[in-house]
Write a protein that binds this ligand. Structure first.
Ligand SMILES: [Zn+2]
Length: 550
């Protein structure tokens, strides 16, 4: 260590040592493991959570037993950060998965003690190698913390100005206080995270049998309905579920910024086969209820309502779920009903950074499958916050835009923060456009020459990005939270009248059943937007909407 500090006599050992050596060593060890396990912003948040330990270790203590207590407690808590970083790094480098992803939790809940033992044995070299830095950190921390400052007997050779100490400590404690006060932030603290993690695995294991039974029941009920197909020959249908996309921001729907150049060109080229549903609405403002309703024919709350995937399978379709959202509930209640589930993103929730384009290869593999009847459910991350994560870095054509959209937002009194969010949101949609167009192109390329093919795209719900109020995010209380895009392409032409019919996402399964050619006793064409019998009924949303045809 560079002797940039004067030395002071240590009352504990009588030796000379640099004053802030203990907090510096602690910061270095914890910082190293935090950076191993977390990236970017999260690493800084973790460091803020570790701050109290660091400040506490620098505090001179008079009492010997308090000093011992501090050594022990700080060591345990610090080791929490060390093990946290090491385990996360291991899981990420080995499986590209976070510990609370459904993949890791599922594997944990699913495995017995014997299996875990076998797993450790097979992976012993790698695991043992990774134990070395952890044991090293444990030793260093134990050695360092025992040397945490005691209240000096003799005078200090260098004493920082009292005001400076107070100011620095106050700032550090303030940052740490904010970190601990914020719930999502606090949940990352190793002590909280890992005890919760263990509980989740136990709960998951408990719920496992139940979910399996529910899925079996759903599939059995679909078989009882014995759906048949309205046509012979092969069929390939792709349902693309977007995320947090407000149709008002798509060029295809008249937005002044050119957010959908590819889809606009597709529409030109594909003519009467491609339809933009101008008045599409979700009835839910968040993902899970929206998807429950989408797949369960608008009866998302009822576990015994028919399920689109189960019906398609009962009619002879092979179903793929290819998703960029790792979500336990989604997997248990919907994706798990498919024949094949491919999740390209193994970070739980919707904070993952995997770009939607990365699932195109998986889609290509499914389309190449020789099965004659295929349903592909492609679940995207779309434009979910943080918007800046939803397109490749540097791909923001609307950055610092001084255009009609920005001037309109300024005139409406939107803050600089909201206007910046709008630019990032629009950039995410521009990338979304390329993914959608690629998906449509790959489906059309793989469409069976002697059969049918169909593509339905819709977003789970909308998004408020300064449209009606000065904020950005999910919104149950403004219409922007429900204004979604919906697009249909079909190998047979689509009737002109369809485009102007108002459309509800919770009825989408009725339309999909038509695209799949499903026929069963429960079919209801009054809710199928493609049918001449379609009868619109206005949904009840979290906000009053006067005109659903705007
Ligand atoms: Zn969503």
């Amino acid at each position: 260590m560079t002797p940039s500090f004067k030395l002071s006599p240590s009352p504990a050992s009588g030796a000379w040592r640099p004053l802030p050596a203990v907090p510096i060593a602690l910061t270095l060890v914890l910082g190293l493991f935090i950076v191993l396990g977390h990236d970017g912003r999260r690493a800084l948040q973790m460091l803020a959570l570790a701050l109290p330990l660091i400040v506490w270790s620098a505090w001179p203590l008079r009492s010997a037993w308090l000093h011992r207590l501090r050594t022990l407690s700080t060591w345990w808590l610090a080791m929490g950060f060390v093990v946290d970083g090491a385990v996360r790094h291991y899981l990420w480098s080995q499986y590209r998965a976070a510990p609370d992803s459904s993949m890791v939790l599922g594997a944990l809940a699913n495995s017995r003690t014997q299996e875990s033992g076998e797993y450790l044995l097979t992976n012993a070299p790698d695991v043992l190698w990774r134990l070395v830095p952890v044991l090293l950190a444990a030793t260093v921390l134990a050695w360092v913390l025992r040397r945490a400052p005691r209240w000096p007997h003799g005078g200090l050779a260098w004493r920082p100005p009292r005001r400076l100490v107070v100011a620095v400590v106050a700032v550090l404690l303030l940052v740490a206080g904010v970190a601990h006060a914020s719930k999502p932030w606090r949940r990352m603290h190793p002590a909280v995270f890992w005890s919760h993690w263990w509980e989740s695995a136990l709960q998951l294991r408990a719920g496992w049998t139940q979910q399996l039974q529910l899925r079996e029941r759903t599939l059995a009920e679909a078989r009882v309905q014995s759906p048949t197909l309205a046509f012979d020959g092969p069929a390939t249908v792709m349902l693309v579920v977007g995320e947090s996309v407000n149709r008002d921001n798509l060029g295809l729907y008249g937005y002044p910024r050119d957010t959908t150049p590819r889809l606009a060109a597709d529409r030109e080229r594909l003519g009467e086969h491609f339809t933009v549903l101008h008045h599409a609405w979700s009835v839910d403002a968040s993902t899970l209820p929206a998807l429950h309703n989408l797949f369960r024919f608008g009866q998302g709350e009822r576990g015994d309502a028919p399920h689109l995937i189960a019906l398609a399978r009962a009619a002879g379709y092979k179903v793929w779920w290819i998703g960029n959202q790792d979500d336990m509930a989604l997997e248990a209640l919907h994706a798990g009903l498919s024949d094949r589930v491919e999740m390209i993103n193994r970070r739980p929730g919707r904070g993952g950074e995997t770009l939607d384009g990365e699932l195109l290869d998986e889609v290509g593999r499914a389309l190449a499958d020789p099965t004659p009847r295929k349903l592909l459910v492609v679940h995207l991350m779309g434009a979910h916050p943080h918007y800046a994560l939803r397109c490749p870095p540097g791909a923001n054509p609307f950055e610092d835009a001084d255009d009609a959209v920005d001037r309109q937002l300024q005139a409406a009194g939107r803050s600089a923060w909201t206007r910046e969010a709008r630019q990032q949101y629009d950039a995410a949609l521009r990338y979304h456009d390329s993914v959608l167009s690629d998906l449509l192109q790959s489906l059309r390329g793989a469409a069976p020459p002697d059969g049918r093919a169909a593509w339905l795209y819709l977003s789970d719900h909308g998004q408020e990005v300064g449209h009606e109020v000065d904020r950005a995010g999910h919104s149950a209380t403004t219409a922007a939270g429900y204004r979604i895009p919906a697009l249909i392409w079909r190998s047979e032409p689509v009737d002109d009248a369809v485009a102007s019919r108002p459309f509800r996402a919770d009825w989408a399964a009725w339309t999909l059943a038509d695209l799949l050619g499903l026929q069963w006793a429960g079919r209801d064409d009054s809710r199928n937007v493609l049918s001449g019998e379609y009868r619109w009924q206005a949904p009840r949303l979290g906000v009053a909407v006067a005109h659903f045809d705007r």
